[in-house]
Design a protein around this ligand. Structure first.
Ligand code: ZN
Length: 104
């Protein structure tokens, strides 16, 4: 063993950088393992990432329900009004982006 890796290396490893030597070192070094356990920043990052992935990934059940509703819309004539509505909203947005005047 050539000594302990720096905190910076440990942090990089924790954030996903692959490093075979560190893998090996950490599997046999309690000291570095506890250093990693006490790093709260990456842990917070992980928590945020986990929370985000939960928020961004709808439950499978919800997805299929939405798809069903979209399919129903496409089957009906409602889709014409729906698209017109979206197109109209897009035009309004473009106008806002093109004009120098602030929107009222
Ligand atoms: Zn170590």
């Amino acid at each position: 063993m050539i000594g302990h890796p720096s905190k910076r290396q440990l942090r990089a490893w924790l954030l996903g950088e692959s490093n075979d030597k560190l893998d090996e070192h950490l599997s046999s070094c309690e000291r570095c393992a506890s250093v990693i356990e006490n790093m709260d920043e990456p842990r917070t990052d992980g928590l945020i990432a986990e929370t985000l992935s939960r928020v961004l990934e709808p439950p499978p059940d919800l997805t299929s329900r939405i798809e069903l509703r979209v399919a129903e819309r496409l089957d009906s004539r409602q889709v014409v009004g729906y698209v017109a509505e979206m197109f109209g909203a897009g035009l309004e947005t473009s106008k806002l982006l093109l004009t120098d005047e602030p929107p009222e």
